[in-house]
Design a protein around this ligand. Structure first.
Ligand code: OAD
Length: 238
């Protein structure tokens, strides 16, 4: 492990255009469960399978059930950034790290101070009326009891990419450009099983691809350095 941490430190020292690509594993040490681990969201029992609940069809057909689940399980307001979020924000401030590309919707990178964050799957912090597009903050949604409604009568929908929905074009373009220009790509806390997000790492053409993940992934063979350990442990050593 020490040997690998030293290798990681050397790679970071040599780099000035680092991009971090992350997923739910970045926030587990803040207390937010990921999706596919043993204690992850998709392995818990609900009235409906969580993957179904987080789909556009379900949102439209069973909006009340969607919001009961969403308020219960997706409320990230009560959580704080952990070592990984904080270290990444510091690296950006130092000018080493140029962007965070995340599949997370919890807003914790920004809460830690990161500025250039590409949120591929949106954010619970932004919500819009489906009819008049008026903005609502997360408190409005998480403090509601029923289907959150706009003053115009429309349903307020989180700016979160549900299954069957497309990713925001500008966000994808920004993320691709950051990854294409990176001299080092650190991937962490993601099973890399969800497309098109995981496909974005194919845009990295350099030879400093580092993968930090508790479990193995299908991309391990492609990485120049693989650390199968907790992100908190690794980032606290940096
Ligand atoms: P997953 O739950 O699929 O994967 C999380 C990965 O993080 C797993 O491989 C864990 O081993 C690892 N992990 C967990 N905690 C860790 C820690 N403290 N240190 C290091 N590794 C850790 O989550 P994602 O890959 O983010 O999409 O899932 C991608 C997408 O699937 C999500 O954005 C969400 C979901 O469906 C939508 O909702 C659209």
């Amino acid at each position: 492990m020490d040997e690998k941490i030293n290798q990681l430190k050397d790679l970071i020292n040599e780099s000035n255009n680092i991009v971090f690509f992350g997923g739910a594993g970045v926030s587990t040490e803040s207390g937010i469960p990921d999706f596919r681990s043993k204690d992850g969201l998709y392995n818990q029992k609900y009235k409906y399978p969580p993957e179904l609940i987080l789909s556009h069809t379900f949102f439209m057909a069973k909006t009340k059930d969607f919001y009961d689940f969403y308020r219960d399980k997706m409320n990230s307001l009560k959580y704080e950034p952990n070592t990984t979020h904080i270290k990444l924000a510091e690296m950006e401030k130092e000018g080493k790290l140029k962007a965070v590309v995340t599949q997370n919707i919890d807003g914790l990178h920004q809460k830690a101070g990161s500025k250039n964050v590409f949120e591929l799957h949106g954010s619970v912090l932004r919500n819009y009326c489906m009819k008049c597009k008026k903005f609502y903050d997360a408190e409005y949604i998480f403090n509601s009891n029923d289907i959150p409604k706009c003053e115009c009568g429309g349903i307020v929908k989180p700016d979160v990419v549900l299954y069957e929905e497309g990713l925001n074009e500008d966000t994808i373009e920004g993320a691709i450009s950051a990854i294409e220009n990176a001299d080092m790509l650190i991937i962490g806390g993601t099973s890399l099983t969800v497309y098109p997000a995981s496909g974005l790492i194919n845009y990295y053409k350099g030879n400093k691809l580092v993968l930090i993940n508790r479990d193995e992934t299908n991309y391990d063979k492609r990485a120049n350095l693989v650390i199968n350990d907790s992100l908190g442990k690794v980032f606290s050593e940096l």
